[in-house]
Design a protein around this ligand. Structure first.
Ligand SMILES: *Cc1c(COP(=O)(O)O)cnc(C)c1O
Length: 354
């Protein structure tokens, strides 16, 4: 309830404090935080256009919609793009990454999505970063849904940029992206961005020189993110947040299995961020009806993002607890009953859940 002037020094100090806290979450790291107006995708595009020189190529690892989006952004930006295209239920093989890089010296950069939120699949970030580093290339990491929750390996020497945003696991409002960029990458890419409004180095230089964003900042989003970061610290930081999401995830998985819903991914590939469930194999199934029935009970679901299989997704992140997840399971169970679909519990062996 307190307005901030976008060019006022109070807002400059707030921005600096938000950036400092974002770097601390990723510590240890030498990276600096560059904020950017817009949703997460804007920050992904900014990182590509700022860091990948126009004459260089990028290898994008794509096993879901966000990897595909990164490839599309880079190719629309005129960069040569090689895509390691994989099925949505499998992580990319670091050996395949190594062989593509060895074959093509023009591939200076590798774009990696940490958790592919399309399915909730955790990609093997550390193993791929090792390959990138050993072959002398640089990495851009889309850590949108993992930042503040999982270890994003910010100190890894292969990383030029870690890209995330104000929503997702930080539990702020959506509307601000940010990129943690290494000082050497900033110096190497100054002046080369082929977009004016998405030039991260220009944004960084301007912020340092004037204590202000280059263009009108989303003041309320930044203020809300500041408050969300204070709450994040009060909760106990990354491990405490991860523990809560793990407990949300466990409540969801156990409850959904008992209700008869099968998970799309095997346990070892899942993250406690979002889960993909297979739609019941029943003639009455219709996602819109299911969605509306769950919504009437107070729960908003995510549609599936897979083309080859009928699925839906349930997020475990945000200011919710395991009790909320159990209530969501009840709502979804009632929704299928209302649709005339009866399901058998999925039996779970001790120590495994699918
Ligand atoms: C949410 C998300 C994004 C960005 O999406 P926006 O809708 O632009 O905020 C990018 N990558 C991943 C992996 C995400 O989960």
């Amino acid at each position: 309830m307190h307005d901030l002037g976008s060019w006022d020094e109070e807002f400059g100090a707030l921005t600096a404090d938000v950036c400092k806290r974002l770097v601390e979450i990723a510590a240890p790291t030498e990276a600096v935080c560059i904020p950017l107006q817009g949703s997460g995708t804007f920050a992904v595009e900014a990182a590509i256009r700022t860091l990948v020189p126009p004459e260089q190529a990028i290898l994008v690892l794509a096993n879901g919609a966000y990897g595909e989006r990164m490839a599309r952004i880079a190719s629309q930006a005129g960069r040569r793009v090689v895509v390691l295209d994989g099925p949505t239920h499998l992580p990319p093989d670091p050996a395949a990454v190594a062989s593509l890089l060895a074959q093509d010296p023009g591939l200076g950069y590798v774009g990696i999505v940490h958790c592919e939120t399309t399915t909730g699949l955790l990609n093997p970030l550390a193993a791929i970063l090792d390959v990138v580093h050993n072959l002398g290339r640089r990495a851009l990491v889309d850590a949108m849904s993992t930042f503040g929750v999982l270890d994003v390996h910010a100190a890894h020497p292969a990383i030029d940029a870690i890209i995330a945003a104000s929503g997702k696991g930080l539990e702020g409002l959506p509307g601000m992206g940010f990129v943690l960029m290494s000082p050497s990458a900033i110096d190497a890419s100054r002046g080369q961005c082929d977009s004016h409004s998405l030039d991260l180095v220009d944004q960084y230089d301007y912020l340092r020189a004037h204590g202000r964003w280059r263009f009108t900042p989303p003041t309320h989003i930044v203020a809300a993110l500041h408050e969300a970061l204070l709450q994040y610290e009060e909760e106990g930081g990354r491990l405490a947040r991860l523990a809560r999401y793990e407990s949300n995830s466990a409540a969801l998985v156990v409850g959904m299995n008992a209700a008869g819903f099968r998970l799309y991914l095997p346990e070892e590939l899942r993250t406690p961020i979002i889960h993909t469930f297979c739609a019941p194999d029943h003639e009455n199934w219709d996602f819109q009806t299911f969605y509306a029935a769950a919504r009437r009970r107070g729960f908003v679901l995510y549609p599936g993002k897979l083309t080859h299989e009928e699925t839906f997704r349930v997020g475990c992140i945000g200011a919710v607890t395991a009790d909320d997840m159990r209530r969501a399971v009840t709502a979804m169970s009632e929704a299928v009953v209302e649709m005339g679909i009866s399901m058998e519990p999925i039996l779970v062996e001790a120590g495994a859940d699918n």
